[in-house]
Design a protein around this ligand. Structure first.
Ligand code: ATP
Ligand code: MG
Length: 298
């Protein structure tokens, strides 16, 4: 698969705060790629560097196999900050202004307005738009000129469930046409629903990366303890489907990428001379799962 974006040990500090710390990943053409992390984990800082809005402190990245340039930048559409349009002008004129600034033709204005579900309201002044419509107009403006890559920072922030569904539908449609999408979100559920690949950030450091189904697999976890905890931990890492564990008060909570069979685990460990003093299945909500992922020791 063609690599669209290559990021290599990218770092950025604000004074003493390391906002992004040695971040490396690759995005392939046509992927819907998520950057998932809690507030303050460095998502916006990362996207800002990739869009040349701020210089990296260390590390580098390339777009389309080339060092970043004005030319490569033109092939990328983005929505990073809250939309800024002229309140007393209508949607069409606002998009014409954006097209002029970005040096794009006007011929797909109708198309992007339809895609964003705003075609009926195209002659309404921007100030009469609801919050959700404003977000969708920003998305429409980022799609002008058919960019090969679309970068979105928290695309559904502040929207109600219907607004969220509309934005997700638009993203899915854009992705289905082959556009590569890079999106930052603090919502596990959003990344799981929209993205195929993900990197999980905490305090600027990448914790995990890979296929969403594997990395964010919702599995029930298993609590285990044994008298020889180091031997247990070593053996657990060998279990099929093992992802990670958290250690708490004399036991470990282990996560797997697939549904596991407790009898199988017992036998596996027994064969390695480990006698369990405790084995229990635990069920978690998605949100719990994400919070736990952020604490885990891979
Ligand atoms: N202009 C700035 N000056 C100083 N510190 C900053 C600045 N911008 C971001 N930071 C700090 O850098 C870290 C990463 O911030 P960033 O905005 O990239 O995180 P984020 O993952 O986008 O968070 P959120 O989910 O809240 O949008 C935070 O600790 C933040 O306080
Ligand atoms: Mg942010």
């Amino acid at each position: 698969m063609e690599t669209i974006l290559h990021v290599e040990k990218l770092s950025k500090s604000y004074g003493k705060i390391k906002a992004v710390n040695q971040l490396s990943f690759e995005v392939g053409r046509g992927q819907v790629f998520g950057i998932l992390g809690p507030n303050g984990s460095g998502k916006t800082t990362t996207l800002s560097m990739l869009l040349d809005l701020m210089p990296p402190e260390n590390g580098e990245f390339s777009w389309f196999g080339q060092p970043p340039s004005k030319e490569s930048r033109k092939r990328i559409g983005s929505v990073i900050e809250s939309p800024n349009f002229f309140p007393y002008l209508d949607a069409v004129i606002n998009l014409k202004i954006v097209a002029d600034i970005k040096d794009k033709p006007y011929d797909d204005i109708d198309e992007v307005l339809k895609l964003a579900g705003l075609y009926e309201r195209r002659f309404s002044k921007f100030r009469t738009f609801s919050f959700g419509m404003r977000q969708r107009l920003a998305l429409a403006s980022a799609l002008l000129g058919k960019p090969e890559v679309l970068i979105l920072d928290e695309p559904t922030n502040g929207l109600d469930p219907q607004g969220i569904a509309q934005i997700r539908e638009i993203i899915a449609l854009v992705a289905s046409r082959g556009t590569t999408i890079l999106l930052a979100s603090h919502l596990l559920d959003e990344v799981q629903k929209i993205c195929s690949y993900v990197v999980v950030l905490r305090k600027g450091i990448m914790l995990f990366g890979g296929n969403v189904k594997e990395v964010l697999a919702v599995s029930d976890s298993i609590e285990l303890s044994a008298s020889d905890m180091p031997a247990l931990i070593a053996a657990v890492r060998e279990l099929p489907g093992y992802i990670s564990f958290i250690e708490t008060e004399g036991m470990i909570q282990v996560h797997f990428s697939e549904i596991v069979n407790t009898a199988g685990i017992n036998t596996f460990l027994y064969q390695r001379g480990i006698f369990l003093s405790h084995l229990a299945e635990k069920r978690r909500s998605l949100e719990q799962h994400f919070l736990e992922l952020l604490q885990e020791t891979p």
